[in-house]
Design a protein. Structure first.
Length: 259
């Protein structure tokens, strides 16, 4: 049986998607920075679902990491029929106040590594009668977001890249889908340094389990885009209907940093 390869699989939506696929009897290749945590997760999944789980500890925000990942797949001759690019994070703050190295690492992970992993693994995915790519963006990708400007722009790249890739592969066996979750109860807020917004965000958050189920279901149905949750879907529709300044002003109020 072929493997599903998931990046950012040590927690949140990525971890829940791993469990969701395992429940469907799919073997897994899990990639994240935390090697020990991944091994513990692998043991838990294997015990519960009796599927094969292999892990790779790798920081995908480092240039060249996509080649390391692809080499791992090739050298171990892992057949991959599902690729889920879930790894990504945000940084909260103005461009002026954010260290350049942090911005570069985030853009490397959210955009460059994601595109490179797709490019490198497409030949493997094409070997299978049916295969899937699922790239994870965000509802933030549909508008400019002050104080999350680079994050939102990087996720906008994911949406447009995935749409284009879907068209390029439309005549092949590879189905390409973009997942754009809204607020989700994961460690995103903690890593982005948005502690002061955590209580408010939790009121509107979906659970990662809900998002994962919606994502995997939509991926297998071959959907172009998945926006879990009616409120999230509606908010995206408003970005198309309203003048750009309106959702941007709303976002500026929601994500205003502390003085």
């Amino acid at each position: 049986m072929a493997f599903a390869l998931l990046t950012g699989a040590s927690g949140g939506i990525g971890l829940c998607m791993a469990y969701e696929l395992a429940s469907k009897n799919h073997d897994l290749l899990l990639v994240a920075r935390s090697g020990d945590k991944l091994k513990s997760i692998a043991a838990s999944i294997t015990e519960k679902y009796k599927v094969k789980v292999e892990t790779l500890s790798l920081d995908l925000s480092v240039a060249g990491s996509a080649n390391t990942l692809a080499a791992w797949v090739t050298s171990n001759q892992y057949p991959v029929d599902i690729l889920i690019n879930n790894a990504g994070y945000g940084i909260w703050g103005t461009i002026e106040s954010t260290p350049q190295a942090q911005l570069n690492n985030m853009m490397q992970l959210n955009m460059i590594t994601l595109a490179e992993v797709c490019q490198l693994l497409i030949p493997e995915l094409k070997k299978h009668p049916k295969s899937y790519i699922l790239n994870v963006a965000s509802t933030a990708s549909y508008q400019a977001v002050p104080t999350l400007a680079t994050y939102a722009a990087s996720k906008s790249f994911v949406v447009l890249f995935t749409r284009g890739l879907r068209k390029e592969l439309s005549g092949s066996t590879v189905s390409v889908t973009c997942l754009s979750p809204g607020a989700t109860s994961t460690n995103f807020i903690d890593r982005a340094g948005m502690d002061s917004l955590k209580e408010r965000a939790e009121k509107f958050s979906m659970s990662p389990e809900e998002v994962a189920k919606s994502a995997i279901r939509g991926m297998f149905k071959g959907k172009a885009e998945i926006i879990p949750g009616f409120v999230n879907w509606l908010s995206v529709q408003f970005t198309y209907l309203l003048p750009k300044s309106i959702p941007e002003n709303i976002a500026a109020g929601l994500y205003k940093t502390k003085p």
